[in-house]
Design a protein around this ligand. Structure first.
Ligand code: GTP
Ligand code: ZN
Length: 185
């Protein structure tokens, strides 16, 4: 585990690595934004905790990999604003509308802190576990080669079904339809 202080925001980020990386090798990894409610408190309103667990499992099975855990709670709006957004969602707004009602864009995350993090752990080619095309684009923009995108469609349940649908239809996440309709809770 490596800790980093983000001098732009004062946030403390963490890089977890497992196994040894060879130079020039494409390493399996996940860039995960903080979700206290999903990652630590087992909330079923989102898929974050399930994605984190599955990413760790995949890395353990592969024998090597990394997780960058970024402190960008609530897609960058912070925990208290996310709690307010949840209240608006309980009144009928979707996740994007709730952010906008609070005066924020749908997603205000930046990814530039990953540059020194990946440099420190010695990774410049990645097999990235994500459904989010913005993460792939951000990495490519930094000159990091994303040799493969590994889908991470897990944790669907009756409480996050419409959240996942909004991710797919409004935020551009690449998720196959069966994720919404397979009926397994
Ligand atoms: N504003 C807001 N943020 C949310 C909500 N639900 C989850 N989040 C945040 O969304 C972010 C999800 O981040 P990630 O799991 O890294 O990634 P992602 O953009 O969903 O893309 P994937 O890599 O496909 O998982 C976290 O920062 C959560 O705190 C919500 O309803 N409103
Ligand atoms: Zn979450």
């Amino acid at each position: 585990m490596h800790g980093f202080e983000d001098l732009n925001t004062g946030k403390e980020h963490v890089a977890l690595t497992y196994g040894e990386f060879e130079p020039n090798q494409a390493v399996l990894g996940r860039i995960h934004s903080e979700c206290l409610t999903g990652d630590a408190l087992f909330s079923l309103r989102c898929d974050c905790g399930f994605q984190l667990q599955t990413a760790m499992q995949n890395i353990a099975e592969a024998g090597q990999g990394f997780i960058l855990y970024l402190r960008q709670e609530g897609r960058g709006i912070g925990l208290l604003n996310k709690i307010k957004a949840y209240e608006l969602q309980d009144k009928g707004a979707n996740t994007v509308e709730a952010n906008e009602k609070l005066g924020f864009p749908a997603d205000m995350r930046q990814y530039d802190m990953i540059i020194p993090m990946l440099e420190k752990i010695g990774v410049d080619k990645v097999k990235l576990m994500t459904n989010n095309p913005r993460k792939v684009k951000a990495m490519q923009g930094f000159g990091i080669e994303v040799v493969e995108r590994v889908p991470l469609q897990v944790g669907k349940n009756r409480y996050n079904e419409s959240y996942l649908k909004t991710k797919s239809t409004k935020l551009g996440h690449m998720m196959s339809e069966h994720h919404f309709t397979d009926g397994k809770d």
